[in-house]
Design a protein around this ligand. Structure first.
Ligand SMILES: [Zn+2]
Length: 286
């Protein structure tokens, strides 16, 4: 009786330890289960993102409302995106800077990303509007051009990219992450006044447009998107886009979208076997 009173608590403690160990091994087994939605399946160090700096020093793209070329905005944001991705474990990220002028330079960007066997291509740009929508004001003692009507980001994908579904998936993730940080997309690409620059909105929630002809999206052999991070001809948004806060926000959204995408890409092993079967079923229909 005396012995039992001493052994009771010890047995109870032993049982507790056994249960704890069993629980931990179960958790480990769950982590390692193939096909489970777990970030560990995304091998960040091996997932290569190419961050393409839009335009060149000599042909710098749009001009901001205060006379700063788009290329300067693109370079600064892209550098921060690269650093943020590296800090998040995507150490294989490549910053793509091109000196060759378009059109040759555009094909060169895609060729370089293809040669690197990149897993994802993100072109960084800042938006403007067609010349006929620009107004003139004085800034710094000079005539500058602006349009305050269409602030916001825009995301483009090409249906001519061989990874059309992957491109759209990443575009959606990116739009969702930008919006969860309080940013809005610009709907003006759907307006008739955009003329031949008018685009089909593929995802009206995330702000993903279809732009098949874009060379960097069409010629790349991996999922590819082009991000217009905001409008630099909008006098208010230009100031935000020039701030460290906005760059940090956009970079964080891109990192989160890449994490989501890498995890989603790591899963298809389970679906691979099912795909041909579905095809067979469809093909055998009368
Ligand atoms: Zn641009």
């Amino acid at each position: 009786m005396f012995a039992w009173r001493r052994a009771g608590p010890m047995l109870f403690a032993l049982l507790f330890v056994v249960l704890l160990v069993a629980d931990r091994s179960a958790a480990r087994a769950e982590e390692q289960a193939p096909g489970a939605a777990n970030p560990d399946l995304c091998q960040r160090a091996k997932f290569r993102v190419v961050v393409d700096v839009g335009h060149t020093v000599d042909v710098p793209g749009a001009m901001s409302a205060r006379g700063i070329p788009e290329y300067a905005f693109n370079l600064q944001l892209a550098q921060q995106v690269k650093q943020a991705l590296a800090d998040a474990g995507f150490g294989d990220t490549v910053l793509l800077i091109t000196a060759t002028a378009p059109w040759r330079g555009l094909f060169e960007r895609a060729a370089r990303a293809n040669a690197m066997h990149a897993d994802l291509f993100i072109a960084i740009h800042h938006d403007s509007v067609p010349d006929n929508l620009l107004q003139t004001w004085q800034y710094g003692g000079q005539d500058q051009h602006y349009n305050d009507d269409y602030p916001g980001y825009a995301i483009f994908v090409s249906n001519d990219n061989p990874h059309r579904a992957g491109s759209l998936l990443f575009g959606r993730f990116l739009g969702q992450e930008l919006q969860s940080r309080g940013l809005q997309y610009t709907p003006h690409y759907t307006l008739a006044l955009m003329g031949h620059r008018r685009r089909e909105l593929l995802d009206a929630k995330a702000g993903v447009y279809r732009y098949d002809q874009l060379i960097v999206l069409r010629e790349t052999h991996m999922p590819a998107v082009l991000l217009e991070a905001g409008s630099i001809v909008n006098r208010q948004e230009e100031l935000q886009l020039a701030s460290a806060e906005r760059r940090t926000l956009t970079s964080a959204a891109i990192v989160a979208a890449v994490e989501n995408f890498c995890t989603a890409r790591a899963k298809p092993a389970e679906a691979k076997g099912a795909a041909p079967l579905r095809h067979g079923t469809l093909d055998s229909r009368p």
